[in-house]
Design a protein around this ligand. Structure first.
Ligand code: TMP
Length: 208
């Protein structure tokens, strides 16, 4: 099932999704959009940040369950994605099930992340920011915190998983009309922002 007016940004670390969300937030229309990200700022999301920072080492399967638990609250919890869409807002989020299918697909195989994520609603619009890991790592090398997946080998495998997963969705009738837009993430940010707005401005909420 897809949710109308629900938009997801995806890509490997350093692909520039957060920068584009920042640009989108500056638009006057952003008052009609609810923005968030995964991992969330809730208790499970905060725990995930500790795992991502390398403070706690868990079996990769446990991490896959935690991402799904954090997502369940993000989607169905009070004031979550479903509530916001039902209140007539657009929802734009940084990362969603496709991150689990790609990143945890690498760390614990495809099967478990698929099972854990099969019940979540799909966005009606998905942006995939495509970039090679050499370029993305160059962008994030000056960040204060390095997270466990931020290395060339892991991100190369993750990008491959993303491309495979998106290809499957493109060819699958269960995708239920989810529109997938691949962005060349090496383009100037102003140019990317224009492409993004050209799609978001066509959501039903901005047409009514
Ligand atoms: P970010 O805040 O820079 O997007 O980093 C979040 C990290 O968490 C990034 O390396 C991707 C990873 N991640 C997963 O591995 N699985 C998931 O389901 C999500 C939402 C994020």
């Amino acid at each position: 099932m897809t949710l109308d007016n629900f938009v997801v940004f995806e890509g490997i670390d350093g692909a520039g999704t957060s920068t584009q969300i920042k640009i989108l937030k500056e638009r006057p229309e952003s008052s009609r959009i609810s923005f968030s990200a995964e991992p969330t700022e809730g208790p499970t999301g905060r725990f995930l940040r500790e795992i991502l920072g390398g403070k706690i080492e868990l079996n990769p399967k446990t991490t896959a369950f935690l991402f799904a638990a954090d997502r369940a609250e993000h989607v169905w919890g009070k004031g979550g994605i479903v509530d916001s869409v039902n209140e007539g807002k657009a929802v734009v989020i940084d990362r969603y099930i496709f991150s689990s299918l790609a990143y945890q697909g690498v760390s614990c195989g495809k099967e478990l992340p698929r099972k854990l994520n099969e019940d979540f609603p799909l966005p009606s619009l998905l942006f995939f920011f495509d970039i090679n890991p050499e370029a993305s790592l160059k962008r994030i090398k000056n960040r204060d915190v390095t997270e466990i997946y931020e290395n060339n080998d892991y991100l190369t495998q993750t990008r491959k998983q993303y491309l495979e997963v998106l290809e499957e969705y493109k060819n699958n009738s269960h995708s239920d009309g989810m529109k997938i837009v691949t962005i060349d993430a090496t383009k100037p940010k102003e140019e990317i922002a224009k492409i993004i707005w050209s799609h978001i401005s066509n959501l039903p909420i901005f047409k009514s």
